[in-house]
Design a protein around this ligand. Structure first.
Ligand code: FE2
Length: 293
């Protein structure tokens, strides 16, 4: 499908409600832009500067952003989440830093499309799934945390079934598998192949070279990367990270501002719960911006 057709579809498709309309040919047409972990103010401004360019270039139906490092590199605040929604972000996913900022707790209990890992304890604030709709196409978004080297109260592999049941009948489902271990992410991709539109990995901040559509039709990548400073060490000023490793002593970490990039994937779909393609979209922050940091 030509890009212009996708753009027109996203803009003009009426809000359908009947199952018949949703299952008609073309009901699965969508483009999902998923943006990797936004790190600090530099990451937020890179996102805001790049989004209009990406919208014009790819006409995404949905924009989903991992925002768990958006507030000074750790956590997210209501103000930052609102800023992202105002910029046209459809849903925000989180991860192991979801609760770093206390002021986000009540916000996570609202109906805003912001999700923390579904396999956290039920007693923890927030929810693990949400559904957003654009032009009659519904996208279910699931946040999951890996269980290796990260603190998650329940298994990602059992709780995903509960999450998928909760989402119910939608055209597309995107799962953000926020995990340290590549093995868990690869396994989740295979586990969900043919049942969801995409499984995208986050958390390591380094994009991997394995983006592909699995045989059952699920788009997969082990890590999307981060939206933040490539000149640091996964977001931290590199001299501080190196000093910590050299001295083995506590070092105060600050977010690097050097060489900011947006790292994302674009998933194109023409059938329900299936991806036609997944491509990495990696771009430096535009040089001519005058936005305050
Ligand atoms: Fe993380």
């Amino acid at each position: 499908m030509a890009e212009s057709e996708a753009a027109a579809g996203a803009a003009l498709a009426p809000a359908t409600s009947s199952r018949e309309e949703r299952s008609s040919p073309g009901a699965g047409d969508a483009r999902i832009l998923f943006v990797g972990d936004v790190v600090g103010g530099i990451g937020r401004h890179t996102l805001l500067d790049c989004l209009p360019i990406l919208r014009e270039r790819y006409a995404p139906t949905f924009v989903v952003v991992n925002g768990e490092n958006a507030a000074g590199g750790l956590g997210i605040t209501p103000k930052i989440a609102d800023q992202m929604f105002a910029a046209g972000v459809d849903a925000i996913t989180l991860g192991n830093h979801a609760y770093h900022r206390r002021e986000i707790y009540p916000y996570l209990e609202t109906q805003k499309p912001i999700v923390r890992p579904a396999n956290y304890l039920r007693s923890q604030p927030g929810r693990g799934v949400c559904v957003v709709e654009r032009g009659g196409v519904r996208l279910g978004v699931v946040s999951l945390s890996g269980n290796l080297y990260l603190r998650a109260g329940r298994s990602a592999f059992t709780e995903i079934e509960v999450a998928l049941n909760e989402i119910g009948d939608v055209e597309h489902i995107l799962v953000d598998m926020h995990a340290e271990a590549t093995s868990e992410k690869v396994a989740m991709g295979w586990h969900l192949d043919g049942r969801v539109t995409a499984v995208v990995g986050t958390h390591t901040h380094v994009p991997t070279a394995d983006a592909r559509v699995l045989p059952g039709g699920t788009a997969y990548i082990t890590d999307v990367g981060m939206t933040g400073p490539r000149g640091g060490v996964i977001g931290v000023k590199r001299e501080q990270a190196i000093a910590s490793l050299l001295t083995q002593m506590p070092v105060r970490f600050e977010t690097s501002e050097e060489d900011p990039w947006l790292m994302s994937v674009l998933i194109s779909c023409s059938q329900r719960l299936r991806a036609d393609s997944i491509e990495q979209v990696l771009m430096p922050r535009p040089a001519d911006t005058s936005r305050d940091r």
